[in-house]
Design a binder for this molecule. Structure first.
Ligand code: ATP
Ligand code: MG
Length: 327
């Protein structure tokens, strides 16, 4: 079947959000854990620092939190938490003795906080197959926790994209006030939006067609003149694509900033790119100052919200936990 014919046969499908997790309400209330996915495309921007500190802060408030270190090559949430685990994601992917994800969640030095340590980078977990990725998603849904925070690795591999797509409203994009970081975060978000659309139509050809276009807006322009569809079909497809893209509400966090103004400018540039080219609706979640105390905290293995609660960076994390609604 041609793509045109396929699209025409599917245009009556209802556009539904793939959000599988509810929005914050109260600890231990819901059947499924809430989800916060931390990505951003570029390496070293502070994804893990954010995931660990916000995780510790929310756990301190009584939420039962699991941090899933989904870095499949160079995981280091364990180091930042000052602990050594004897189980890790490799064990889950290898299905050693049929181990389930819940069994890999290790206690941390902090009450209410458990960690699923990332893969070692030694075994074959860096590029999990579809079945393994699917099992991971099912395992996350089945975790006995109030909140699961997923710390993604750098880049935009399928594993990261599929995890990011588990929540369209609670995906966090960490950037720094540098063009390269904003560029990479945009590319990560674009890959996620395109994959979301590709999965909605259920055929890889859609992804191939989309990837010929730098932006979703460009693709929509192309669709307006594409003669393989009649006017009515084009309208339906346009409506579906807009709905799929607008379901994305990425929360932007600007890390390593000198001041609030710098953070605001970076967040606005990122948001404008996302709105103009991907038609999604980002929100600014907050920012974290550049502070040498952050790397000292990494080296000491004590998250800064615990070791240095009076610092401005700790206040920034507390504010963001509040803004997310985890009281
Ligand atoms: N606000 C900050 N101020 C100063 N240094 C910071 C700040 N946030 C992070 N860093 C430093 O940047 C380094 C990288 O942070 P982190 O490991 O969290 O990045 P990442 O995005 O998770 O990287 P990767 O993509 O490799 O997983 C940390 O070791 C830390 O020392
Ligand atoms: Mg990291």
């Amino acid at each position: 079947m041609s793509l045109g014919a396929f699209l025409m046969s599917t245009t009556t499908r209802q556009v539904v959000e793939t959000v599988g997790f509810s929005v914050p309400e109260s600890p231990s209330g819901g059947a499924l854990p809430h989800l916060l996915v931390v990505g951003g495309g570029k390496g070293g921007v502070g994804k893990t620092c954010f995931a660990v500190n916000v995780g510790v802060e929310i756990a301190r408030r009584g939420w039962r939190v699991v941090i899933l270190d989904a870095d499949l090559t160079c995981s280091n949430a364990e180091t930042m938490l000052g602990m050594r685990a004897d189980r890790r994601l490799d064990d889950f992917f290898e299905r050693k003795r049929g181990v389930c994800l819940q069994e890999i969640a290790c206690e941390t030095p902090y009450e209410n906080l458990r960690l699923i340590p990332g893969a070692s980078g030694l075994l074959d977990a860096a590029n999990p197959r579809y079945r393994q990725r699917d099992a991971l998603v099912q395992g996350i849904r089945a975790l006995d926790a109030d909140l699961v925070i997923i710390d993604l690795d750098a880049g935009a591999r399928l594993n990261s994209l599929d995890l990011y797509l588990q929540t369209l409203t609670h995906g966090v994009l960490i950037i720094t006030p540098e063009r390269t970081s904003i560029d990479n975060a945009f590319k990560f978000l674009r890959a996620a939006v395109y994959r979301h659309i590709e999965r909605f139509y259920g055929v890889p050809e859609v992804g191939v067609l989309l990837k010929r276009h730098e932006s979703l807006r460009g693709f929509l322009e192309f669709m307006k003149t594409a003669d393989c569809f009649d006017r009515a079909t084009r309208k339906v497809i346009e409506r579906e694509l807009l709905a799929l893209a607008r379901a994305f509400r990425p929360r932007i966090v600007v890390n390593k900033v000198q001041n609030a103004y710098e953070a605001q400018v970076a967040a606005q540039i990122m948001a404008k790119h996302a709105r103009d080219h991907l038609l999604s609706r980002p929100e600014s979640l907050g920012f974290i100052y550049f502070d040498h105390a952050v790397s000292e905290a990494v080296n000491s293995g004590v998250p800064f919200v615990i070791g240095r609660p009076r610092l401005r960076v700790s206040g920034c994390v507390v504010d963001m936990a509040n803004r997310l609604g985890y009281f």
